[in-house]
Design a protein. Structure first.
Length: 250
């Protein structure tokens, strides 16, 4: 089991369609345990629900880390929360105050700095996990796709003094967090409670939009078993928003 960033094997690619797709093909292969696939450019990078992930060359840290050890299948739902906490702790080193937003984003001043999308292979009681991470590091001079994003994303270089090797520094910090905290999957409910504290839950306000155009607003109360978010809607109704149900509107 990995203890620090040095225990990982890093595979660097100038361009790939998707580091998550690359990792998905390797999940369950013992030789791929502890492999982090890093790309300068993703031509088909995607976020949750198939949304496009825009990251001009050299601007972001884009990678998928295959966890060094399998985890209980019953804990796989907590992987995205776990990865979000790890990235938040790594960004603490730059004195960046991030807010975790359910289910898979990190925000600074209500603007996205990081998105996470995990992939898995489950067989019986075992699960192999790949944690896909995209962090906005260096703001590009100009990119039409970014200018169309509402609200606009934020970059680490906007809010912190960063060196030319900031992407590498951040990669090492995140992998170190990943390696040090694998044992947390033995108690996935504790991951959820840690995530709640970091995300300001209960109390955080959310607005959700469903596929049919309906919207629900309310106060987030807790993470439900399985990863859904329990909210108290403005009409007082308690609802559990499942991962596949809706998207968060900011």
């Amino acid at each position: 089991m990995a203890d620090d960033a040095e225990a990982w094997v890093i595979e660097r690619r100038a361009t790939t369609a998707s580091t998550n797709e690359d990792a998905q093909q390797k999940l369950g292969d013992p030789s791929a345990a502890g492999l982090a696939i890093v790309a300068d450019v993703q031509t088909a990078g995607a976020g949750r629900r198939g949304r496009r992930w825009i990251a001009p060359k050299g601007s972001g840290l884009l990678f998928t880390a295959i966890l060094p050890a399998e985890i209980p299948a019953s804990a796989a739902w907590a992987a995205t929360l776990w990865a979000g906490l790890a990235v938040a702790r790594a960004l603490d080193e730059w004195h960046v105050a991030t807010t975790l937003q359910w289910p898979n984003d990190l925000l600074v001043d209500d603007r996205k700095i990081c998105g996470i999308l995990c992939v898995s292979r489950i067989a019986g009681e075992r699960a192999w996990i790949g944690c896909g991470v995209g962090v906005n590091v260096f703001r590009p001079e100009r990119h039409p796709g970014l200018e169309e994003v509402v609200p606009p994303p934020i970059f680490l270089s906007d809010i912190a003094v960063v060196r030319a090797d900031a992407r590498e520094q951040l990669l090492q910090a995140i992998l170190s967090e990943f390696g040090a905290r694998l044992g947390a999957f033995e108690q996935p409910e504790s991951i959820a409670r840690d995530w709640e504290r970091r995300a300001g839950v209960p109390g955080a306000r959310y607005r959700f939009r469903f596929e049919d155009g309906r919207e629900v607003e309310g106060e987030a109360l807790r993470i439900a078993p399985g990863g859904g978010l329990v909210v108290r809607a403005t009409n007082g109704e308690l609802r559990t928003i499942e991962l596949a149900d809706a998207r968060v509107v900011r």
